[in-house]
Structures are given as structure tokens and as C-alpha cells.
Design a protein around this ligand. Structure first.
Ligand code: DQA
Length: 146
């Protein structure tokens, strides 16, 4: 199967950005780990980060003709603002899991609402970088036997 991992704005700074909130693991550490896990179970995983809303939207739109089977997305700050990215995920109708490194519910009130959670297969938050691995395990078990 083919899995797409999308990271939203400022996640390129992981490791140096507010490490007390987001941890010391870098984005490339996360992506490398996910690629290894997917490969070791015979699947293909592609990761992309962008600070631009339209680039994430275009990537989601492309996922359908490309035959992506599952999306794992941390929309970052767009979680709380982007009707457009939500609409893109609804349009392509590819199952997705929403991931947040931090426990958004234990933070400022403006982080409590997500434009994605009601469309997501599941939501993982507060478990740091490991949350992406749990999401991948869930994605793979929902796709198998591929
Ligand atoms: C985040 C939480 C968001 O509220 C924040 O804007 C982020 C990262 C997380 O992974 O914890 O950039 O999605």
C-alpha cells in the first residue's frame, strides 16, 4: 500500500522549536523511522512538509490520482484554521489519521478545536513523535492484507 505523511507549518523546526512542548526529535528522524517501518512491512511511505496551505492542499489533491491508500497528517496550526485543507481531505475521500505531538487539549483554548477530527479515522495527540508510529501501525493494520 501507499501511505502519505503530511506535516504542516513550522514542523520543519522540530527539535529546535519549543522542545519542552514538541520534543527533541527532528522531522527527518520521524520521517526516516516511518519510512523504515513501512518498508519493513512491504509498504511504501512518502512524507512531505510545507509551511504553505496551498501546497498541502495540492498534495492532498494529487494523492487521489496517485493511488495513495492512507494519509497521516499533522496539520499543525492549520488544524485550527483551515477549512480549505479540510475540504481537500473530504474531496479525495482517502482515510486519514490526525496526529499532534502535543496534547492540544491541555493547551490554549484556540487549540481545542480541530477542523479535521470529525472526518478523521482517528486522532492521536500528546504522545510526541511516537504518535506518528502508532498512527502508521493503525493505518497498516487497517490496510492489511494489502
Ligand atoms: C501541533 C499543535 C498545534 O496546535 C500547533 O499549532 C502545531 C503543532 C502539534 O503537533 O502538537 O504547530 O499540531
Amino acid at each position: 500500500a501507499s501511505i502519505l505523511v503530511l506535516h504542516g507549518p513550522n514542523l520543519n523546526l522540530l527539535g529546535e522549536r519549543e522542545p519542552a512542548v514538541y520534543g527533541a526529535t527532528t522531522l527527518s528522524d520521524i520521517n526516516t523511522r516511518l519510512e523504515q517501518l513501512a518498508r519493513s512491512s512491504g509498504h511504501h511511505l512518502l512524507a512531505m512538509q510545507s509551511n504553505a496551505e496551498y501546497e498541502l492542499i495540492e498534495r492532498v489533491q494529487q494523492a487521489r490520482p496517485e493511488g495513495v491508500d492512507f494519509i497521516i497528517i499533522n496539520p499543525a496550526a492549520f488544524t485550527h484554521t483551515s477549512v480549505a485543507l479540510r475540504d481537500a481531505l473530504a474531496a479525495v475521500d482517502i482515510p486519514f489519521i490526525e496526529v499532534h505531538l502535543s496534547n492540544v487539549h491541555a493547551r490554549e483554548a484556540f487549540r481545542h478545536h480541530s477542523y479535521f477530527s470529525d472526518l478523521a479515522r482517528g486522532v492521536i495527540c500528546g504522545l510526541g513523535a511516537q504518535g506518528y508510529e502508532f498512527a502508521l501501525q493503525a493505518a497498516l493494520s487497517s490496510l492489511e492484507p494489502a
